[in-house]
Design a protein around this ligand. Sequence first.
Ligand SMILES: NC(=O)c1ccc[n+]([C@@H]2O[C@H](COP(=O)([O-])OP(=O)(O)OC[C@H]3O[C@@H](n4cnc5c(N)ncnc54)[C@H](OP(=O)(O)O)[C@@H]3O)[C@@H](O)[C@H]2O)c1
Length: 178
Amino acid sequence: MSQQAPKQAPKQAPKQAPKLALIVAASENNVIGINDDLPWRLSADLKRFKALTMGHAIIMGRKTFDSIGRLLPGRQTVIITRNRDFKFEGAAVVHSIEDALAACHDQETAFLTGGAEIYRLGLPRVDEIYLTRVHTEIDGDTLLPEIDWDQFELVTTEAFQADEKNEYDFTLSRYARR
Ligand SMILES: NC(=O)c1ccc[n+]([C@@H]2O[C@H](COP(=O)([O-])OP(=O)(O)OC[C@H]3O[C@@H](n4cnc5c(N)ncnc54)[C@H](OP(=O)(O)O)[C@@H]3O)[C@@H](O)[C@H]2O)c1
């Protein structure tokens, strides 16, 4: 009697972490926020944020989510909180950066959208940085955590002047981990 080969379990696609892209707007003195809000009105920056993140996952801290106050359409929202009771319909709620990345395992790219606490958590895993450098020194209560820029190389950069929709001059740059 011929022996049948044991049935193998179907192979599952490996759960791969998505590429992680940090996206932030920071002043010359690294301010990113004040009173749970952005310290400026920069229409071009909001448009860039929307264009880059559309169709992708966005990972944010609970405070940043509160400041936005709603789900951003067309994006998978992942909220990081220590609060085990926190829920928001339509968002994934997680309690660590590892679980945030796991929640995006089916995505090619996930954007780390802040704020400071969540940038700090995610920085060691970040593959790319989209920086809007806002050319002003401004008061604020939330700072971009220190980034070792030697670990990143500048890929593209473009400077823009202030106008009626953008309060300050600003430069849009993309960096990739070396
Ligand atoms: N300029 C920009 O590009 C930009 C981008 C994003 C945000 N912002 C600004 O940044 C400010 C908010 O930043 P933020 O640093 O205060 O807050 P945040 O990073 O948005 O959220 C902080 C919250 O994340 C959760 N958290 C932090 N570490 C955690 C950990 N290890 N495990 C589980 N959960 C953790 C906690 O939520 P719980 O308290 O619920 O436990 C904590 O209160 C606002 O002013 C906002 O407008 C600016």
